[in-house]
Write a protein that binds this ligand. Structure first.
Ligand code: SAJ
Length: 438
C-alpha cells in the first residue's frame, strides 16, 4: 500500500519533485521562477506559443521577472515551458494560475479555470498535488476542481492532494515579490495542507496554513474587498465634502495623523485594475446564490462606478463657469492607466471618462507616457499625444485622471487654462491655470 503523502513529502523535501505551473502570466511566471530557484524542476504551461517560445529562449516578458533571473534557470534545465499537457503527464504538482475575469453581465467567467481543471483531470494520477491560485468565489476548489480530479478512483488526502493558495502578486512592487510575501495555503484535508505547505516552504519566506480551501479563497476576497469598500467610502467622503465645501484632501491628510486605528485611502476618478473592481463581485455573486446580499460590496461598487460620471460633471460645471458648453469643447486627459506609473488600462476609469466626454460632444485627446496606444470603448484606437505646452494651451479643460510621477504640475498649471484634478496632483503647485479638485 503506497503512502502517497509520504512519497510526495520526500520528493518535495529533496527537491526531486517535478512541478507544473499552468498559466505563464504575471502570477504564473514569477511563481515558476521561484519554484525553480527553490530547486524543483518546473514546467510552465501556456496556451500562447509565443510565450512558451520566449521562456524557452530565456526571454522574460513580465517586468517583475528580469531576463537575467529567468535565463540561467532555463539554461540549467530547471525551468522550461510548453503548450502541451502531454509534457506534464508525470508531474508531482500542478499549480493553476489562470485568469478569472468577469463576464459582461458582471458574473464570474470561470472558463479558464474550467478548461485547466479538465486538462489537469486528464493527466491526474495517484501521488499528485493540485493547487488553485486564481482568485475566485468561495467553494470553487471543492465544488469545481475536486470532483474532476477524484472522479471515484482517487481519494482526496490519500491518493490525490488538493489545495487553494491565493496569489498576492502586486505587479511593480519592488519590495514584496512572491518570495517576500507571506503565502496563505488551505488544503481539502489536513494531509493536503501538510503537502501544500511543504511545496511552498522552500520558495517563500512564510507559509500561512488555514483550515480549508474555502477559508483560503475567502482570505483573498477579504483583502481586496477591504480595499474596494474603503475606496468607495473615501469616494463618498469626497462627494460629501464637495457638498459641504470642505477640502477632502485636507481632511484625509489630517485624519492620517492619527497614529492608530486609521488607514488613509484617497478619492479618485474610479476603480481600475483587474483585481479590486472584480474580486469582491466574485464574493457577492456567490452570496446571492445563498440569498444573501453583500451590501457593502454592492454599495462600494455603485459608488466607485459612479465616479467617472462625477468627474465629467465637474468638467461640465467648470466649463459652464466660463460660459462654455461641454459640446465642442477640447478636453485633454492626462493618464489612461488605471493607476500611476504603470502601463495597464484594464478597467481603467479613464476609458469611461473618455467615452462619456465624447458622448457629450467634447473633442477628446489624451497623453499617457506609459500608453502610446489604447483601445477605447467602442473599439476605436486612441493615440497618446505629446505633452507639449501648445497641446495644454489649446485645451478648454485638462483632466488629470492618472497622477503619473512624470507629470510636472508646474508645467501643467503654467500652460493649461483650466484643470480638473482628480488625484490631488496639483496640491501645493503654482501656475496660472484655474484648478478644480475632486
Ligand atoms: N485607488 C483609489 N484610491 C486608493 C487606492 C487605490 O482610487 O486609495 C484606485 C487606484 O487608482 C486603482 C484601483 O483603486 O484604479 C486599484 O488600486 P490598488 O492600489 O488596489 O492596486 P491594484 O489594483 O494593483 O491592486 C493590487 C492588489 N494586489 C493583489 O491583488 C495581489 C491589491 O491587493 C494590493 O493591495 C494593491 O495591488 C497594492 O497595494 O498595490
Amino acid at each position: 500500500m503506497t503512502d502517497y503523502k509520504q512519497q510526495l513529502l520526500e520528493r518535495l523535501h529533496d527537491r526531486t519533485a517535478h512541478v507544473a505551473v499552468i498559466g505563464m502570466g504575471y502570477v504564473g511566471l514569477p511563481l515558476a521562477v521561484e519554484f525553480a530557484r527553490a530547486g524543483y524542476t518546473v514546467t510552465g504551461v501556456d496556451a500562447q506559443p509565443h510565450k512558451v517560445e520566449q521562456i524557452n529562449t530565456g526571454q522574460s516578458y513580465i517586468p517583475d521577472v528580469p531576463t537575467e533571473a529567468l535565463a540561467p534557470l532555463v539554461r540549467s534545465g530547471k525551468l522550461r515551458a510548453t503548450t502541451s499537457y502531454e509534457d506534464i503527464r508525470d508531474v508531482d504538482v500542478v499549480t493553476i494560475c489562470v485568469p478569472t475575469p468577469l463576464r459582461k453581465t458582471k458574473d464570474p467567467d470561470m472558463s479558464y479555470v474550467d478548461a485547466a481543471a479538465n486538462d489537469v483531470a486528464r493527466i491526474r494520477h495517484a501521488g499528485m498535488l493540485v493547487v488553485l491560485e486564481s482568485t475566485t468565489y468561495p467553494g470553487t476548489t471543492e465544488e469545481l476542481i475536486a470532483p474532476r480530479l477524484t472522479d471515484g478512483d482517487l481519494r482526496v488526502g490519500e491518493e490525490i492532494f488538493i489545495a487553494f493558495s491565493p496569489e498576492r502578486v502586486d505587479p511593480g512592487n519592488k519590495r514584496y515579490g512572491i518570495k517576500e510575501t507571506p503565502k496563505v495555503v488551505g488544503g481539502m484535508t489536513p494531509a493536503c495542507t501538510e503537502v501544500v505547505t511543504a511545496l511552498y516552504e522552500p520558495a517563500v519566506a512564510q507559509v500561512v496554513p488555514v483550515s480549508s480551501t474555502t477559508a483560503a479563497e475567502m482570505v483573498k476576497l477579504l483583502e481586496n474587498t477591504f480595499r474596494a469598500v474603503n475606496i468607495g467610502l473615501v469616494n463618498e467622503m469626497a462627494l460629501m465634502c464637495a457638498k459641504l465645501g470642505v477640502d477632502v484632501w485636507e481632511v484625509i491628510q489630517a485624519a492620517s495623523t492619527k497614529p492608530f486605528g486609521f488607514m488613509p485611502f484617497y478619492p479618485g476618478p474610479g476603480l481600475g485594475g483587474h483585481c479590486i473592481p472584480i474580486d469582491p463581485l466574485y464574493l457577492s455573486w456567490r452570496l446571492r446564490a445563498l440569498n444573501y446580499t453583500a451590501r457593502f460590496i454592492e454599495l462600494a461598487s455603485e459608488i466607485n462606478t459612479s465616479m467617472p460620471y462625477y468627474v465629467v460633471s465637474l468638467v461640465a460645471d467648470a466649463l459652464n463657469d466660463e460660459a462654455k458648453a461641454l459640446k465642442g469643447a477640447k478636453i485633454g486627459i492626462l493618464g489612461m492607466a488605471y493607476k500611476r506609473d504603470i502601463d495597464d488600462v484594464r478597467e481603467s476609469p479613464a476609458l469611461d471618462i473618455y467615452a462619456l466626454l465624447e458622448e457629450k460632444g467634447a473633442r477628446v485627446s489624451f497623453n499617457d507616457p506609459f500608453i502610446p496606444q489604447v483601445r477605447l470603448h467602442g473599439g476605436k484606437i486612441g493615440e497618446s499625444v505629446p505633452l507639449t505646452a501648445e497641446w495644454l494651451a489649446e485645451q478648454d479643460c485638462v483632466v488629470i485622471v492618472t497622477d503619473h510621477s512624470a507629470y510636472e504640475c508646474g508645467f501643467i498649471l503654467e500652460h493649461a487654462r483650466l484643470v480638473v484634478d482628480t488625484r490631488n496632483k496639483t496640491s501645493g503647485c503654482a501656475g496660472k491655470a484655474r484648478v478644480v479638485r475632486l
